[in-house]
Design a protein around this ligand. Structure first.
Ligand SMILES: [Cu+2]
Length: 757
C-alpha cells in the first residue's frame, strides 16, 4: 500500500505542477481614436493603450492568454492573432468567428498558448490595420524545450514591427485604387509615360504594353508618406534589457511586417543577415545579404555588430524603393547602409510584355517558377542587372543574361546566379525538425489560380471573390494539399488562419512550416497541412486592399458544432460578404468656358452604374445626359454589356434633323431614348462602344482616356458614328484637380478647371 501512496502523491504533484505551469497572462487593451502627426499634418489614427504600434504582447509556451479588449471607438473592431493555433471562436475575424466588437463594449479573448515563435496581431475590421492597429505578439520557447537552440534562442532579442503611414484616409485609398486614379504613380515617379519612354529609348516597349492592354508596370500601388519601424522612421537600438550593445554582440530581431500593402527589402550595414525562423517556425540558420519580407510575414534574423563605437544601420526599404525606415544597432558613429537604387521600370515593362498573352493570361515560357527563386523583377534591379546609363560597364552581365536566355531555364531571373548578392528565397528555408504530416490520412487536393485585374482593381481566386464563392469544405483529420498558381500581374502574400502549412520546397521531411506564402506572378507553389482544427478559417491575400476587394476563401470543417459567438450565421455571412460587394463612387466635372461636362459612377466587382452629362453654353445651347447600367464580364473584364438611357435637349438647331454615318436620321435635338449596348476594351486600351436605341438608331464609338503623355499630362479622344468627336488634354495639378482643354464637335473649343473625386 505504501507504494500506491507514493505513486498517488507523485501523480498529484505532477498534476498540480501542470496546473501551476498554466499561468494566465492577462493584457488589457484599450482601443481608442487618436490624432497623430507623422508628417507635419495632424491625422486620425487608432491607438491601443495610447500607442502605435499596439503594445507588444509576450507569452511563454504553456501560458494561457487572456486579453481584454475595450472598444472605445465609435465603430466596431476586432483583433486577430496572426499565425496562432487557437479555438476558432478566438480567431478574431468579425462576422466569421465572432460578431464585431461593438463600440463601448468589452470582449475577452482567452486561449492556451500551444506554440512558440514570432507572430503579430492586428485588427481584422475594415481598414483599421492601416491606421495603427498592428502589434508584436511573441511566444517564448521554454529553455527545457528539446528544440531550444543554444546560441540562437538565448540571444538578446528585439521585437520589430514594420508598417507604413499615409496621410490619405485608407477608405479613400481603396476608392482611388478602384477608380484607377494614378495620383500614387505620380507621387512615386512611376507613371511610365510616353515622354519618359521615348527619352529612355523604350517607345516600342510602351506601345506594346498598351497594345496588350496593360497599365504601367507596377510593383506596389499605394503611395506612403512614411515607413515606420516600431512606430518611428529612425530608431536607435543601443541596449537590450539594460545591456549596452557593443562590438561583437549578436542580436536577434523578431521582425513582423505589419504593413497593409508594402513588401520591404531588409538590408544591414554590418554585413550578413542570418535567417533563423519564419512565420514563428524555426529554420536552419541561413546566411544572406538581403531578404524581402512579404506583407504579414515574419522573419527572425540574427545580426552581428561587427565593430566597436559604431551603430550599424538596419534598413527596411519598400519594394518600390520610394521610402525606407532605419534601425541603428549599436553605440557610436552611424554606419549607413547604401540605399537601393531606383527601379528600371521600362525594363520591367519589357519583361512583362514578353510574358503577357493577348488574352490577358500570363505565359511563363516554359520556366517552372516557384518559391521566389526566380524574381522577374530582377530586370529592374540596377544592383543586379546593372545601371541603365552605364551600358558598357554591364556588357559582361548582359552577355551572361543573353547566354542564359537561350536555354530557357529561367536562371536569367535568378538574382543569386546573376550576382554575388545573396537574396533569400523559399527554397533556402529548411526546418531543423521533421515536419511530415500524418501518413495514414486521406489527401484532399485543392487548386487555386490567383486572378485579378489592375484596371478595375478586382482581385480574386479562380475569378471569384469571397461573396461569389462557396465555402471550401475540409474534413477533420485529412491532409489538405493546396496548389496555388498566380496568373495575375502582382505578387500576393496568401495567408491561412489557424494552421501552419508545409511549403514543399525540395527539403522533403524538413519542409519549412509557414502560414504566409508570397507568390510572384507566374509562380506555382504547393503547400500541405493537416486539418486538425474545427470551425471556419479565412484563407486570403494579406494585402489589405486585395483582401477587402474579395481575394480569399473560407475553409470550413465539415459537421462542426455551431459557434456560440455567431448567434445568427446567415446575418453574419451577409455582413462578411458586404465587404467585397461595396460600391465605390467617383465623379469628375470640367468647368470650361464653352460648357460644363462630367460624370459620376458607382462601381463594384462586376457592376457599374454611371451618368455622363454635358451642358453647352455656345453653339450647342442645351444639355444631354447618358446613363449606363452595366455588368463587367470575364476575367479581364474587358466586356461590359449595358442598358442605357439618353436624354438631350437643344435650343438651337431644333427640327433640323441630322443623319449619322450610315444615313439614319437622328432627331437628336430633343430626344429621350432607351438603349442596349456593350463596351469592349480594345488593344491600346481603346474603348469600343456599340449601342442600339429603341427607335432603331445605332451608334458606335471609339474612346480612349488617360493616355499618359508625360508624368502629369493625359490625352484623350472620342469619335462616333453620329459624326461627333472630341480631343482633350489634361494637366494634373493634384489628386483632385487639373487644367483641361478640349475641342468638341458640338461644344467647340474649351479650356477650364477639371475637378475629380
Ligand atoms: Cu493580393
Amino acid at each position: 500500500m505504501k507504494n500506491n501512496k507514493i505513486i498517488c502523491s507523485i501523480l498529484l504533484l505532477f498534476i498540480t505542477s501542470k496546473l501551476t505551469a498554466q499561468k494566465v497572462v492577462r493584457y488589457d487593451l484599450y482601443v481608442k481614436d487618436t490624432i497623430v502627426n507623422f508628417t507635419g499634418k495632424e491625422k486620425r489614427a487608432i491607438a491601443v493603450n495610447g500607442q502605435i504600434p499596439m503594445p507588444t504582447l509576450i507569452f511563454t509556451e504553456g501560458d494561457i492568454a487572456e486579453i481584454h479588449v475595450y472598444n472605445q471607438l465609435k465603430e466596431t473592431t476586432s483583433l486577430h492573432w496572426h499565425g496562432l493555433f487557437l479555438p476558432n471562436k478566438e480567431d478574431g475575424v468579425p462576422n466569421l468567428t465572432q460578431m464585431p466588437i461593438e463600440p463601448n463594449t468589452t470582449h475577452i479573448y482567452r486561449f492556451p498558448i500551444i506554440q512558440n515563435g514570432t507572430h503579430w496581431y492586428h485588427s481584422h475590421s475594415g481598414l483599421q490595420e492601416q491606421i495603427g492597429m498592428y502589434g508584436n505578439f511573441v511566444m517564448l520557447k521554454k529553455e527545457s524545450d528539446p528544440t531550444f537552440r543554444k546560441g540562437i534562442d538565448d540571444l538578446p532579442t528585439v521585437p520589430i514591427i514594420l508598417s507604413e503611414w499615409t496621410n490619405l484616409k485608407p477608405e479613400n485609398i481603396h476608392r482611388m485604387l478602384h477608380n484607377a486614379n494614378d495620383w500614387a504613380a505620380i507621387k512615386k515617379n512611376a507613371v511610365q509615360s510616353y515622354a519618359e519612354a521615348i527619352k529612355a529609348g523604350y517607345f516600342k516597349t510602351k506601345l506594346t504594353n498598351e497594345w496588350k492592354r496593360m497599365l504601367a508596370m507596377d510593383v506596389s500601388d499605394v503611395y506612403y508618406d512614411k515607413i515606420l519601424i516600431n512606430g518611428n522612421q529612425s530608431t536607435d537600438l543601443k541596449s537590450i534589457e539594460n545591456q549596452t550593445l557593443k562590438g561583437g554582440d549578436k542580436v536577434r530581431l523578431r521582425i513582423s511586417n505589419g504593413g497593409a500593402s508594402s513588401y520591404f527589402w531588409l538590408t544591414y550595414a554590418g554585413g550578413k543577415i542570418t535567417v533563423v525562423a519564419s512565420d514563428g517556425n524555426d529554420v536552419e540558420p541561413t546566411e544572406v545579404d538581403r531578404l524581402i519580407i512579404a506583407v504579414s510575414e515574419t522573419f527572425d534574423i540574427v545580426v552581428t555588430i561587427p565593430a566597436e563605437n559604431t551603430a550599424f544601420e538596419f534598413l527596411a526599404t519598400t519594394e518600390d524603393r520610394t521610402k525606407s525606415a532605419s534601425l541603428f544597432i549599436g553605440n557610436g558613429i552611424k554606419q549607413l547602409q547604401s540605399p537601393l537604387s531606383k527601379l528600371k521600370y521600362f525594363e520591367g515593362m519589357k519583361m512583362m510584355n514578353d510574358m503577357m498573352k493577348m488574352n490577358g493570361d500570363l505565359d511563363d515560357m516554359g520556366m517552372q517558377m516557384s518559391l521566389n527563386q526566380m524574381d522577374m523583377n530582377v530586370v529592374m534591379y540596377p544592383e543586379i542587372t546593372g545601371d541603365v546609363k552605364k551600358k558598357n560597364a554591364n556588357k559582361k552581365k548582359e552577355l551572361k543574361i543573353e547566354n542564359e536566355h537561350s536555354n530557357h531555364s529561367g536562371t536569367k531571373y535568378n538574382s543569386n546566379t546573376l550576382s554575388d548578392i545573396v537574396t533569400l528565397n523559399y527554397a533556402m528555408l529548411k526546418s531543423p525538425n521533421k515536419t511530415n504530416l500524418p501518413e495514414d490520412s486521406s489527401v484532399k487536393e485543392l487548386r487555386f489560380t490567383l486572378t485579378g485585374n489592375m484596371n478595375r482593381y478586382v482581385w480574386s481566386l479562380d475569378n471569384k471573390v469571397v461573396s461569389e464563392a462557396d465555402k471550401i469544405l475540409i474534413k477533420r483529420g485529412e491532409n489538405v494539399k493546396l496548389v496555388l498558381y498566380n496568373n495575375s500581374m502582382m505578387r500576393h502574400p496568401m495567408h491561412l488562419h489557424g494552421h501552419d502549412f508545409r511549403v514543399l520546397n525540395g527539403h522533403d521531411d524538413y519542409a519549412p512550416l509557414k502560414n504566409i506564402i508570397d507568390i510572384m506572378p507566374m509562380e506555382t507553389d504547393t503547400l500541405e497541412f493537416n486539418a486538425n482544427a474545427e470551425g471556419d478559417w479565412f484563407f486570403h491575400c494579406h494585402i489589405l486592399y486585395h483582401m477587402m476587394s474579395g481575394m480569399g476563401r473560407v475553409f470550413t470543417y465539415e459537421n462542426q458544432p455551431p459557434n456560440p459567438l455567431i448567434p445568427n450565421p446567415k446575418l453574419a455571412q451577409r455582413k462578411l460578404f458586404a465587404d467585397d460587394r461595396k460600391f465605390h463612387f467617383m465623379a469628375e466635372n470640367d468647368f470650361a468656358i464653352n460648357g460644363n461636362d462630367g460624370l459620376a459612377m458607382f462601381q463594384n466587382t462586376r457592376w457599374s452604374i454611371g451618368t455622363e452629362w454635358r451642358l453647352g453654353y455656345n453653339d450647342m445651347h442645351g444639355y444631354e445626359t447618358e446613363t449606363h447600367l452595366g455588368r463587367y464580364i470575364g476575367k479581364m473584364q474587358w466586356l461590359m454589356p449595358f442598358i442605357g438611357f439618353d436624354w438631350r435637349y437643344r435650343k438651337t438647331g431644333m427640327d433640323d434633323p441630322e443623319s449619322n454615318l450610315y444615313g439614319q436620321t437622328n432627331k437628336k435635338d430633343n430626344r429621350s431614348a432607351v438603349s442596349l449596348g456593350f463596351m469592349y476594351t480594345l488593344p491600346m486600351l481603346v474603348l469600343f462602344q456599340a449601342e442600339v436605341y429603341h427607335d432603331g438608331i445605332v451608334r458606335l464609338s471609339l474612346m480612349r482616356e488617360d493616355i499618359p503623355i508625360s508624368k502629369r499630362i493625359r490625352a484623350g479622344f472620342m469619335l462616333d458614328t453620329d459624326k461627333e468627336y472630341m480631343v482633350e488634354l489634361l494637366y494634373i495639378i493634384n489628386k483632385n484637380m487639373g487644367i483641361r482643354t478640349h475641342y468638341d464637335s458640338d461644344m467647340g473649343f474649351g479650356i477650364g478647371l477639371s475637378l475629380n473625386y
